[in-house]
Structures are given as C-alpha cells and as structure tokens.
Design a binder for this molecule. Structure first.
Ligand code: ZN
Ligand code: ZN
Length: 120
C-alpha cells in the first residue's frame, strides 16, 4: 500500500479517514495513527470518546453488581426466614418465600446485565 500523500510505502492507516500514511505523513495520537495535521485532532477526539466509553462501561458493571446486592441479601433472608418459620406461621411464610424468590430473581437479572457490560 502506498501513502496517500506521497510516493512512500505506507506504514499504517489513519484512524480517522482510513487512508494509508507513511512515516513522514503520519502522526501518532495516543496509540493511533493519524494523517499529520489534517486528521490529528479528529483522531484525538475519537480516542477520547473511546476511552470515556470504556470507563463508563466499567462503572456500569460495578453499579449493576451493587444493584444485585440488596435484593440478593433480602432474597436470602426472606427465604431463610420462610424456611425457619415454616411450621408456626403458615401463609405468612408463603409470602416470604415468594418475595425471597422474586428478590433473588431481580438480583440475578442485575448481575446478568452487569456481565453484559463487562464483556468487551
Ligand atoms: Zn507519506
Ligand atoms: Zn486521515
């Protein structure tokens, strides 16, 4: 592949416009290649956006894990309460058992969503 700007052999492709650039025509922005002057600013913006997205992604994963904690604990306590009080309270334990299952379900969904964010 030849450089877009001169007759030199290209060393890479500009992250912004996709043109081939040689050592003389290329600028390094962060870890990316850019056309010197004409694309440097755009590549800087692209890199910045990408980095911010990644940070937000990781933060979201943490938030979802925290969302799972409260219903998860409530679910475990409700189910535990229902199991230990089984004989004496009748229908009330049924309510706690149902609530416990729902809470654990909600915690599971929150954890699943958090995992989606963690993937890439
Ligand atoms: Zn060149
Ligand atoms: Zn370019």
């Amino acid at each position: 592949m030849k450089c877009f700007y001169d007759a030199h052999e290209a060393v890479g492709v500009c992250k912004n416009c996709g043109r081939g650039v040689c050592n003389d025509s290329a600028a390094i922005v962060g870890k990316s290649l850019a056309c010197k002057a004409s694309c440097e600013e755009e590549v800087g913006v692209l890199n910045d956006l990408f980095f911010r997205n990644r940070t937000i992604y990781r933060r979201n994963a943490g938030i979802y894990t925290r969302y799972a904690l409260v219903p998860g604990l409530l679910g475990v306590f409700s189910l535990g309460y229902a199991l230990f009080q089984q004989d004496s309270l009748g229908s009330i334990t049924g309510f706690y058992a149902g609530a416990g299952v729902l809470m654990l379900f909600a915690a599971g969904i929150a954890l699943y969503n958090g995992r989606q964010f963690r993937k890439p």
